[in-house]
Write a protein that binds this ligand. Structure first.
Ligand code: FES
Ligand SMILES: [Fe+2]
Length: 346
């Protein structure tokens, strides 16, 4: 069961143009396109006439024309044209999803449209604010979406999975301070006077030890946002002076596709030496490698669990953040289901 009343990333803005774009989200086939004004729209990818995927059609005058017999749909899902007849059957419509394009992503609300408040779209300002340079990717990943959230919130895997880029033993020897809020979970981890991980040493030109920070917030259902960086050891970054350091932001979103697959959207941004092409190239390549290593891990984990079953596993202290994140999402899903149940009874 998914949390339905929430914004999910459906696509990067650049993935969707005036040609229909098909994507399965939360087990539902969806077609995305841009209308005549360039606004993103999302409809159920199934024509209400004979069921053809509307993604096989085309956009004509800003509306989506089915590729089979030409019924045409507006962004709100209403059929506005039936070739060969004036009368449009009153129930000729497909489901329309609320969408918002923000921070270079197209966000889709799969739940009750009346609750789709654009103000609830999470703030990922580093994706498009002047003064920041962002690089990001999309991957279709063969794992349950929560496994992908787990690996982002479990930072102790980094020395083992990412030794060439961001891994360092300080991550395992410094437990995070976790803070719980009704709809979010945050972790603060400061690693003082430690060796910089390879990627950050090169990106910031550090030769000696650093103070390293890794601060994240989990926003259910599926977003982890990170404030990360390193500064010269003892230069006061922990007290708020980052002038001797480098700051980076990264966001990770896992939108369920099916029960066993998901869409992974990640972005990585920095706010220093934006015009330094060599740093851009190194960071883009290192992050692509790092988050690709995560994908390799979670897909292998899913194959293993599919073979051997879910039982017989143990938890360790480092699992605390991921277990708390899972408990938070489970509670929200339960509350949503209970609320829907109450509405159905009333
Ligand atoms: S199936 Fe779409 S118009 Fe007939
Ligand atoms: Fe990782």
């Amino acid at each position: 069961m998914y949390l339905k009343n929430a914004w999910y990333i459906a696509a990067w803005g650049h993935e969707v143009g005036t040609a229909p774009f098909a994507r399965t989200l939360l087990d539902e086939p969806v077609v995305l396109y841009r209308d005549g004004d360039g606004r993103a729209a999302a409809l159920a990818d199934r024509c209400c006439h004979r069921g053809l995927p509307l993604s096989l059609g085309r956009v004509v005058d800003g509306a989506l024309e089915c590729g089979y017999h030409g019924l045409t749909f507006a962004a709100d899902g209403r059929c506005i044209r039936v070739p060969g007849q004036r009368q449009i059957p009153p129930d000729a419509a497909v489901r329309s999803y609320p969408v918002v394009e923000r921070h270079r992503w197209i966000w889709l609300w799969p739940g009750d449209p009346a609750l789709a408040d654009p103000g609830l779209v999470p703030d990922c300002f580093w994706n498009d604010r002047p003064g920041w340079r962002m690089y990001g990717e999309h991957h279709r990943v063969a794992c349950h979406y929560q496994a992908l959230i787990d690996i982002q919130l479990d930072n102790t895997h980094a020395p083992y999975v990412h030794p060439a880029t961001i891994g360092s033993s300080a991550l395992t020897s410094t437990p995070p301070r976790i803070e719980r809020a009704p709809r979010s979970l945050s972790a603060t981890r400061w690693m003082m006077n430690v060796e910089p991980p390879p990627t950050f040493a090169k990106a910031g030109g550090f030769t000696g030890n650093v103070d390293r920070w890794l601060l994240w917030t989990y926003l259910p259902p599926a977003l982890g946002i990170f404030d990360i960086g390193v500064a010269e050891a003892g230069s006061g970054a922990e007290r708020g002076d980052r002038s001797k350091g480098i700051t980076m932001r990264t966001a990770h979103f896992a939108t369920p596709e099916t029960a066993t697959t998901c869409h992974y959207f990640w972005s990585f941004a920095r706010n220093y030496r934006l015009d330094d092409a060599a740093i851009s190239e190194r960071l883009d390549a290192d992050m692509s490698r790092t988050f690709g290593e995560d994908v390799t891990m979670v897909e292998a984990q899913q194959r293993s669990l599919a073979r051997s079953g879910d039982g017989g596993r143990i938890d360790v202290a480092a699992d605390s953040p991921t277990l708390q994140a899972r408990a938070l999402l489970a509670r929200l899903i339960e509350e949503e289901a209970a609320g829907a149940g109450r509405r159905a009874v009333a």
